[in-house]
Design a protein around this ligand. Structure first.
Ligand code: BJW
Length: 250
């Protein structure tokens, strides 16, 4: 049913969360093995936490960067990359999957691991930023981010190369606004034929509200997740299973 919907669609929007990277070995946030079982978000993922103890926050991010650096995109990232219109990561000269030639795909991700980038996904909006980018805590030079992929990071906490002040991970913490352009692109992408939400607990806003908006605008909505989420009862189709198996099967 979902495959037929996607085949018939002109515009497909996919919203992804930590569950998409779980099979790659990236820890999720919620659930039995989730990061929030071990750590409190208010101690590590808020501007107040960083202001209080930047070294502690950086130690946590440095640990996560090391874990993520050892991870590779999995079959779910690969399928999403293919649908977004690129050649597969192995460089084979295949085109898009049959029936998807005219499909316009927008991928909205809450993940900061950049595994979608490494899989070659096009039209990607990183709603919560990237763990591989840093920005100036003092917002010198308008707070523009720079890329720093060094693992391990020498002498955390790292410094801003422009003003010498503290650098921070260029991710979106609780209580912080998402980039207005990213929100605009995400809202625009809710104007679609099929809206697919994959591997997200659907509890963190504003991302969690996008599937509702897509449905209001007439999209066929579907969820792929191991478990029930607050979105399960409102989507047109909820498929329970691992994204790395369901997406290739689709
Ligand atoms: C599988 C699988 C497999 C496993 N296959 N599935 C409106 C209402 C209520 C509250 C708010 C609201 N608007 C704003 C808020 C406040 C807040 C919020 O939403 N709070 C709620 C938690 C209550 N939002 C914000 O503060 C946001 N800012 C904002 O809106 O600014 C304006 C504003 C501020 C304050 C008030 C009002 C307005 C910013 C949110 C930033 C979130 N940041 C984090 C950390 C990013 C940096 C980092 O990584 O360190 O983003 S928190 C964390 O949660 C991370 C994730 O991107 C995000 C979502 O998590 P996700 O991806 O869904 O992961 P999990 O672990 O929760 O779920 C994984 C799922 O996968 C599970 O369901 C599994 O079953 C499944 N799964 N393996 C398929 N193999």
């Amino acid at each position: 049913m979902l495959a037929a919907r996607i085949r018939g669609a002109a515009r497909l929007t996919i919203l992804t969360g930590a569950g998409v990277s779980a099979a790659s070995g990236v820890p999720t946030f919620r659930g039995p093995e989730g990061l929030w079982r071990q750590f409190r978000p208010e101690d590590l993922a808020t501007p107040e936490a960083f202001a209080r103890d930047p070294r502690l926050v950086w130690e946590w991010y440095a640990w996560r960067r090391e874990k993520i650096a050892a991870c590779r995109p999995n079959a779910a990232h690969d399928v999403i990359a293919r649908w977004s219109g690129v050649r597969p990561r192995n460089g084979a000269t295949q085109g898009s999957d049959p029936g998807t030639e005219r499909l316009k795909v927008v991928v909205l991700t809450q993940n900061v691991d950049d595994l979608h980038v490494r899989a070659g996904t096009r039209n990607l909006v990183r709603l919560h930023g990237s763990i591989w980018e840093l920005s100036c805590w003092n917002r010198c030079a308008t707070g523009a981010a720079w890329r720093d992929e060094r693992v391990p990071l020498p002498e955390p906490p790292p410094r801003c190369p422009r003003c010498g002040g503290l650098a921070r991970p260029a991710v979106v913490w609780f209580g912080e606004s998402l980039d207005a352009r990213d929100v605009g692109a995400a809202v625009e992408a809710t104007e679609c034929d099929v809206f697919l939400t994959v591997g997200t607990s659907s509890v963190v806003y504003p991302a969690a509200g996008l599937v509702h908006r897509a449905r209001e605008r007439g999209a066929f909505t579907a969820e792929v997740n191991l478990d029930e989420t607050p979105a399960s009862s409102m989507v047109d189709l909820a498929i329970h299973g691992p994204a790395e198996e369901i997406l290739p099967a689709l």
